[in-house]
Design a protein around this ligand. Structure first.
Ligand code: ATP
Ligand code: MN
Length: 526
């Protein structure tokens, strides 16, 4: 195959009318400004607005129902698109590409060269191409010369689907074809769709190579101890992995092979609502030239970002290369995890801020993937609501959750990783009554987990949630560690806790294929 010629699964050449290939950051910023796609902020970042879609649009995401992949995909958890519909939408996309100037980025998904997937991203917008360059892994000049894409993302926000003609849910579409080896995106300008659809692709391709794909952040300590932070959107993966005392591997997506862990990406995508320099100095400092700010309000004259302004959306975002974080690990490769943290943001305020999990409890909570969805990251979510999302990433899992859970169980056991459940959500009462646990307390908890001091505490059993809760953690008031103590109204606490336990049990009934040990490791219902 000729280098640089993009060939899809059917050997069709994908050639834009005119391709602007692998432009520099400077050139892409210039192009974005010239095309009035965005403006520079006071710190030199490029600010773009995404219009109607300010978060991912899971209802508009499809996998094409193709013979070679059909039996592998978990269709309970993925929407199928019939090949006839896909052909039509693919033809429309290809016509557009052939008739327009497009920006093209060539790079990789996966920092470990044994497992990385060469990808191409073809964009209508320069700012989306800049996002791709910052979020994915950039090739060296030698790598670029030999680059041969295995998967291509074609992202054309201007192009809209017609549900009648294309079988989509709306005019927006995010469609993965494993046979054509393409991801087609249209109708939405939210840049995060690009990174999360490539994540979905890796979640499908890597397990058969013995690599566990994970929706988690990762960092490394001075002693090369590795920590993973799993969690659904808004639970703190990006925030807590940016730790001045440790080295960042990645903030969102990693693989775990028999060589250790590796980042899928080369950049970060941080929420920036209410961002404050004192609380999150590393993320604050990363928002400079080359970074992309999505939907952040700016002062009209000074263009100083107003992170407290949620008038556009709660889900404001900053995308930046990982090199913008001091001491980041490049390339993003590290050893086997010593510590695994499951982050959850419990809006009921009944889960303890931290608990130690046995292997079986870890499997139970990994499969459950509980959190309370916070406003903004997904369309239509404006109030927090309880949600269970298998493996803390169900929207990105083409295969059945059991595949990933089994791999995690084996790896946790063979590498002896300690596992904890950390509630970064509410305490002292539910959302509206209590408040979100202070970030400084959560950081103190993470520190105690990482340095092992948490293990020196006594532990008490939480009878409802069936987990062990430490009595003391340095830097955190004892009372806060026991949520029942933190609630004024104990009866209400008991009722809410029982309600959440019942929701766990109810959700878990869908996992028919798990051992008795794992099943009984969950919360206790009356
Ligand atoms: P995504 O998958 O969407 O990228 P994420 O897990 O990376 O989500 P973050 O970007 O870290 O989530 O968002 C956590 C948000 O919650 C941040 O805005 C952070 O400032 C805020 N926050 C408030 N209190 C806490 C806490 N105790 N722990 C963690 N984050 C907190
Ligand atoms: Mn994140």
């Amino acid at each position: 195959m000729k280098a640089n010629a993009q060939v899809d699964g059917d050997n069709n050449l994908i050639e834009p009318k005119r391709a602007q290939r692998n432009l520099s950051v400077m050139q892409l910023v210039d192009a974005a400004l010239a095309g009035e796609e965005g403006v520079l902020t006071s710190t030199g970042a490029l600010r773009a607005l995404t219009g109607e879609y300010t978060g991912r649009s899971p209802k508009d995401k499809f996998i094409v129902d193709e013979p070679s992949i059909r039996s592998q995909i978990d269709w309970n958890n993925n929407k199928k698109l019939a090949p006839e519909y896909f052909q039509r939408i693919y033809a429309m996309v290809m016509d557009y590409v052939r008739e327009h100037d497009m920006y093209v980025f060539d790079g990789f998904a996966g920092a470990d060269d044994k497992y990385r997937v060469p990808i191409r991203v073809i964009n209508q917008y320069a700012w989306h191409n800049l996002f791709a360059q910052q979020l994915f892994i950039c090739p060296t000049n030698e790598e670029l010369a030999k680059h041969c894409p295995q998967f291509t993302v074609i992202d054309i926000p201007e192009l809209k689907a017609d549900p009648e003609v294309h079988g989509t849910n709306s005019e927006a579409f995010i469609i993965i074809s494993f046979e054509k080896r393409v991801v087609l995106i249209g109708g939405t300008e939210y840049a995060g769709e690009m990174k999360k659809s490539v994540f979905s692709v890796l979640n499908c391709l890597l397990p058969s190579q013995g690599v566990l794909p994970m929706h988690c952040s990762a960092n490394v300590g001075k002693d090369e101890d590795v920590a993973l932070f799993f969690g659904l959107s808004g639970t703190g993966k990006t925030t807590l992995s940016a730790d001045p005392e440790r080295f960042l591997v990645g903030d969102d997506e990693h693989g775990w092979s028999d060589r250790g862990i590796f980042n899928f990406e080369g950049g970060c995508y941080a929420k920036c609502i209410d961002l404050k320099e004192e609380k999150e100095p590393q993320i604050w400092g990363a928002i400079k030239f080359g970074s992309v700010l999505e939907n952040v309000a700016l002062h009209p004259e000074t263009r100083v970002a107003d992170y407290a302004d949620s008038s556009i959306t709660e889900n404001t975002r900053a995308a930046y290369p990982i090199e913008h974080i001091p001491g980041a690990v490049v390339p993003g490769i590290a050893g086997h995890p010593n510590v695994i943290v499951f982050l959850t943001a419990d809006a009921f305020g009944v889960l303890p801020p931290v608990a130690r999990l046995t292997k079986e409890q870890a499997m139970y909570h990994f499969l459950s993937g509980y959190t309370s969805k916070l406003a903004g990251t997904e369309r239509g979510v404006t109030e927090p609501e309880a949600t269970f999302s298998a493996c803390f990433g169900a929207p990105f899992l083409p295969l059945s959750p059991g595949v990933y859970a089994e791999m995690l169980g084996e790896k946790v056991e063979s590498h002896n990783a300690r596992v904890y459940l950390v509630n970064t959500g509410w305490c002292g009462g539910p959302y509206g009554v209590g408040r979100r646990i202070d970030l400084d307390y959560t950081r103190a908890i993470i520190t105690a987990i990482l340095n092992g001091s948490i293990e020196e505490s006594g532990f008490t059993a939480d009878e409802v949630f069936n987990i062990l809760v430490p009595e003391t953690v340095e830097g955190v008031p004892d009372r806060l560690l026991q949520p029942r103590e933190a609630w004024e109204n104990k009866e209400e606490y008991d009722a809410r806790a029982a309600d959440l336990a019942a929701r766990f049990a109810d959700n878990f009934t869908k996992f028919t294929d798990v051992s008795k040990e794992v099943r009984s490791a969950g919360p206790k219902t009356k």
